[in-house]
Design a protein around this ligand. Structure first.
Ligand SMILES: CCCCCCCCCCCCCCCC(=O)SCCNC(=O)CCNC(=O)[C@H](O)C(C)(C)COP(=O)(O)OP(=O)(O)OC[C@H]1O[C@@H](n2cnc3c(N)ncnc32)[C@H](O)[C@@H]1OP(=O)(O)O
Ligand SMILES: NC(=O)C1=CN([C@@H]2O[C@H](COP(=O)(O)OP(=O)(O)OC[C@H]3O[C@@H](n4cnc5c(N)ncnc54)[C@H](OP(=O)(O)O)[C@@H]3O)[C@@H](O)[C@H]2O)C=CC1
Length: 471
């Protein structure tokens, strides 16, 4: 019997961000491995034209939850959606719902965040810091709370080269900043943002660092642990390989490469692609939840969930494997043959962006105009170049994360739990993982049918022949 799975049995679990990428995988694994858990409360904000229940039904009616539904037939009874907007006072939760949460919750997983790199500081602060502060306050009033798990990112201290499993202070006190943005004008906040974030690349990494500080300062008697994953990618093995459902992280650029938009990318030759599969992160998270609740460490333990030090893969290797996969299983209606190269300096990047990205897009738009259609390629290219500029910082640097706590936890797991909640990244085969990742993007994100591969190959052959004949 799995000790971890048994721990979650009979528990009332609160998840924020359950409708997000990681939240869904967390919920799925909990329901599949501990079908006897009591209830999962999920804080959900309504979306236009959908009730909470409709939103949750739609989410659960996807392939991700198929296995969990077989194991836990009363799955819908286990999920209790609660209306909440984390940017509102008291997280927008009604009095009755709050009462229920305060009385019953045993475990909190705080996943919700804004992960956008270009969010204005005020909004990122609202969600990644103030909402965390409010949730901690709520947690401090819970009668049966055993553990609070906070999701941060391995990049919260990306201004450092070597990062330990400790909370690093930011130069400005979170509370002072929160007070200041209340009365500061948006334009002033925008002006001081570069100074505040120091040498971090965006408001996301900065507010996640502030979020950690808030967790530390407002911990009170709470039993807390922090998970810091690096770049979270498609699932490795559970519930099936390759599951992914958003354009974040590498996903958008993998599509751009597969569709033949992306022809060159600046990447330092030795820079490590510190990607970790989402199911591995969730396995670690559930193990941390169990360990923290049972052992109640004296201080907040931080767990790095990264791949670079134990099983490194370079961006260049990952890129070539992506192209090899799309050669075998092309994406439908590709613009050009997938054929991306890595450049190493700013001049060649500028040159390739002009020759290989913008020029063909402008020419294609000209052709679309001539044939009476609406031009769209230059807009798409500009969007891709903007995304690349936002991700450039992460593709051209490497970091070292220590992983003592993660290794300590691994050694404390029973043999059965080491298999059921495997978070040992050394078991990952990058070639196999990258291939499944690309196929997962094709199937689950782009909803392309695998039966269409021969037609997609024919489409590419025609493109290549036309390209050669200059047609
Ligand atoms: C050879 C291959 C090598 C591969 C090699 C890859 C290396 C890749 C390194 C990654 C390194 C990350 C390392 C961080 C690790 C964390 O911890 S961060 C957690 C993850 N967070 C993220 O990834 C968020 C990053 N994204 C953003 O912040 C924003 O999307 C951006 C990049 C600022 C773009 O903002 P925007 O231009 O306003 O676009 P946005 O509003 O997001 O979307 C507009 C439209 O574009 C679409 N879109 C959004 N993103 C994309 C995209 N990436 N691509 C295409 N379309 C997109 C949307 O669906 C939307 O469509 P419509 O609704 O208009 O039809
Ligand atoms: N993905 C990655 O590569 C990494 C992620 N992380 C961290 O992991 C956690 C989960 O990330 P991920 O799943 O990728 O993020 P997603 O963007 O996929 O999910 C974010 C979740 O937060 C919810 N949310 C956002 N704003 C609000 C709001 N105002 N009120 C209520 N809920 C809100 C979203 O709800 P809705 O569906 O309504 O938008 C969604 O459920 C985050 O803390 C992130 O910082 C750390 C490292 C890497």
């Amino acid at each position: 019997m799995s000790v971890i799975a048994a721990f979650y049995g009979g528990k009332s679990i609160l998840i924020t961000g359950a409708t997000g990428f990681m939240g869904k995988v967390l919920m799925e694994k909990l329901l599949r491995t501990s079908p006897d858990l009591k209830v999962i409360y999920i804080l959900v904000r309504p979306k236009a034209g959908q009730s909470l229940q409709q939103r949750v039904s739609q989410m659960m009616n996807c392939k991700l939850f198929e296995k969990a539904k077989e194991i836990c037939p009363n799955i819908f009874e286990k999920i209790r959606p609660i209306y909440s907007d984390l940017t509102k006072p008291d997280l927008g939760i009604s009095k009755e719902d709050l009462e229920e949460l305060l009385t019953h919750t045993n475990i909190i997983f705080h996943c919700a965040a804004t992960v956008r790199f270009d969010d204005p500081l005020r909004h990122a602060l609202q969600l990644n810091v103030i909402a965390t502060q409010q949730l901690l306050f709520m947690a401090s009033q819970m009668l049966k709370l055993e553990v609070f798990i906070h999701f941060s990112t391995a990049y919260s201290n990306c201004n450092l080269k070597h990062i330990d499993e400790v909370i690093y202070p930011c130069s400005v006190e979170p509370k002072k900043l929160i007070d200041s943005v209340e009365w500061l004008d948006d334009s002033i906040i925008e002006e001081i943002t570069p100074k505040l974030i120091e040498n971090r690349p965006n408001t996301y990494t900065y507010t996640k660092a502030l979020g950690e500080m808030v967790v530390y300062q407002e911990r009170g008697n709470l039993n807390i642990a922090i998970i810091r994953p690096s770049i979270v990618g498609a699932s490795w093995q559970e519930p099936f390989p390759g599951w992914v459902d958003n354009l974040n992280g590498p996903n958008g650029l993998i599509i751009a490469a597969g569709k033949g938009f992306l022809h060159s990318l600046k990447a330092t030759p030795k820079a490590v692609a510190d990607v970790v599969p989402v199911d591995l992160v969730i396995n670690l998270t559930l193990a941390v939840g169990w360990h923290t609740a049972v052992h109640r460490p004296k201080s907040i333990l931080i767990y790095h969930c990264t791949s670079g030090s134990l099983n490194p893969c370079l961006w260049t290797d990952l890129g070539f494997q992506v192209l090899a996969t799309f050669e075998k299983a092309p994406l439908e209606k590709a613009f050009r043959r997938p054929n991306a190269d890595f450049t190493t300096n700013n001049f060649s990047t500028y040159l390739w962006n002009t020759i290989s990205h913008m020029a063909p897009a402008v020419m294609y738009d000209f052709y679309l105009r001539l044939t009476g259609r609406k031009p769209r390629m230059a807009k798409l290219m500009n969007r891709m170049l903007k995304t690349i500029s936002m991700l450039d910082y992460f593709i051209n640097r490497s970091w070292e994360w220590s992983s003592r706590n993660t290794e300590m936890l691994m050694s404390q797991l029973s043999n059965e739990d080491q298999k059921l909640f495997d978070f040992d990244v050394r078991h990952l085969n990058w070639l196999e993982y990258t291939e499944n990742y690309c196929l997962g993007i094709k199937k689950y994100l782009l909803k392309e049918d695998m039966a269409g591969i021969p037609a997609a190959k024919r489409h590419l052959r025609i493109k290549i022949i036309r390209g050669r004949s200059g047609d």
